[in-house]
Design a protein around this ligand. Structure first.
Ligand SMILES: *[C@@H]1O[C@H](CO)[C@@H](O)[C@H](O)[C@H]1NC(C)=O
Ligand SMILES: *[C@@H]1O[C@H](CO)[C@@H](O)[C@H](O)[C@H]1NC(C)=O
Length: 404
């Protein structure tokens, strides 16, 4: 069989093949017009919460935008600082789009937390650099989530600690927001003491059992062929028409399915109709995908193929120069010694239960793991799901409150 047919076959086999009705361009424009101005600062203000905006420049020149909700509407203050880190192709908006009383950032603020939301390099809010222009300079995009873990997150946490005078943060991460936590605390173990407690939502480290058909395609070409890069973008991850139509005709269902699948985030992660609040779709579409480098995607593809949780694979020759060995070094999860909790779900296309269980076993100080009781709960339901407050966020609050 021709190699190209294999991943396509995977797509066909793994999906219920239902023809898609393409959304009309007109409908697209209506959404864009209505929500073009929506962004984390605007939405937080519209929701009536206090909002503060900060910039911090990393040692390697990336200008990162941090969003803060210093307190909630209840007026309660518990002198604790929460730090929230978003997932791949997402942004700080992950933590607010579910709305007052339903989104994690608002719930934490109402519980008395001072809430800070990081934005990783390359996303909508952190698409800036002191030297490189992201629009014209390929050098801006030469990073993967490794760099977000060893540079961006530590820089943002130090900034937050300096501004607040706190001695540690309560960290909640979703998806890539958990990967970068494991990278940070294993590569820079001194950061463990700056974490009071960490809750990983849909944790991602090992990925060999993942079911996302689209990511399997990327994984197949782990040594990125020009063909693949052409489809998904050489520097910035910008899936072109070819890539999107390849998947939209295969993995998307009628109605909301086809609409959501026009968004690469949902195409990668899937969705569960029961958890999706259809009224919110335009707002979610306006805020995602929020941007990432192609290397972030390729690095995940490497995890899928290798079955390992390790640094970026530049190829044997470059690896030898960079790491002193032909294979990239693995992240030592035993060095993750801050109190860490994992919340995962059965229908998660990215964080497969077997992979999460392996991660849990290898962590230096795992406290507990919880499987979400709704077995249809999916990867993105951790941020957008109707039942996320009940099934997930109430747990986050109670786990944080165990630590002082
Ligand atoms: C990038 O950061 C510089 C320095 O802070 C600022 O002057 C400029 O306006 C920013 N550009 C964008 C597009 O945000
Ligand atoms: C769905 O979203 C709308 C609009 O934000 C909101 O008013 C409604 O309460 C949400 N429904 C549920 C069940 O969360």
């Amino acid at each position: 069989m021709k190699p190209i047919l294999v991943p396509l076959l995977v797509v066909l086999v793994q999906s219920c093949i239902v023809r898609t009705t393409p959304i009309s361009e007109e409908a697209d424009n209506v959404f864009l017009e209505r929500y073009a101005l929506s962004s984390t600062p605007n939405i937080v203000e519209a929701d009536g919460y206090p909002f503060e905006n900060y910039y911090v420049t990393t040692g390697d020149g990336y200008i990162l935008n941090i969003h803060r909700i210093p307190f909630g509407l209840s007026g309660k203050k518990n002198n604790k600082v929460a730090y929230l880190q978003h997932g791949l192709l997402q942004s700080s908006s992950d933590w607010i789009l579910n709305g007052p009383g339903k989104a994690l950032a608002y719930i934490l603020a109402d519980e008395g937390y001072d809430v800070w939301m990081g934005n990783a390099r390359g996303n909508t809010y952190s698409r800036n650099h002191s030297v490189f222009d992201p629009n014209t300079d390929s050098r801006f995009w030469q990073f993967s989530w490794h760099d977000i873990g060893v540079v961006d997150v530590p820089t943002m946490i130090d900034f937050v600690l300096e501004k607040t005078g706190a001695d540690g943060v309560y960290y909640a991460g979703h998806s890539q927001g958990t990967t970068v936590y494991f990278v940070m605390t294993s590569m820079k173990p001194e950061y463990n003491s700056k974490i009071k407690a960490q809750v990983s939502l849909a944790p991602i480290a090992y990925m060999s059992h993942l079911t996302s058909p689209l990511l399997r395609i990327v994984a197949f070409w782990q040594k990125p062929a020009v063909f693949l890069l052409d489809l998904i973008g050489m520097d910035e991850f910008l899936p072109g028409h070819g890539f999107m139509s390849m998947l939209s005709s295969k993995i998307c269902t009628e109605g909301i399915g086809s609409l959501l699948c026009s968004n690469v985030l949902f195409a990668l992660c899937g969705f569960s109709p029961k958890q999706m609040n259809t009224t919110k779709i335009p707002l979610i579409m306006a805020n995602t995908p929020a941007g990432s480098s192609t290397k972030q995607i390729i690095h995940y593809g490497q995890e899928i193929s290798s079955g390992k949780f390790r640094q970026y694979d530049f190829g044997m020759i470059e690896n030898r120069k960079k790491y002193g060995s032909i294979w990239p070094p693995a992240y030592d999860l035993g060095k993750v010694t801050a109190p860490t909790y994992l919340i995962y779900s059965k229908n998660d296309w990215l964080a497969a239960t077997r992979d999460v269980e392996q991660l849990y076993k290898e962590l230096g100080s795992p406290k507990a793991k919880f499987l979400v009781s709704d077995h249809m709960f999916n990867h993105l339901d951790f941020t957008f799901g109707k039942d996320a407050p009940k099934l997930v966020y109430s747990k986050v609050i109670s786990l944080f409150s165990r630590h002082n």
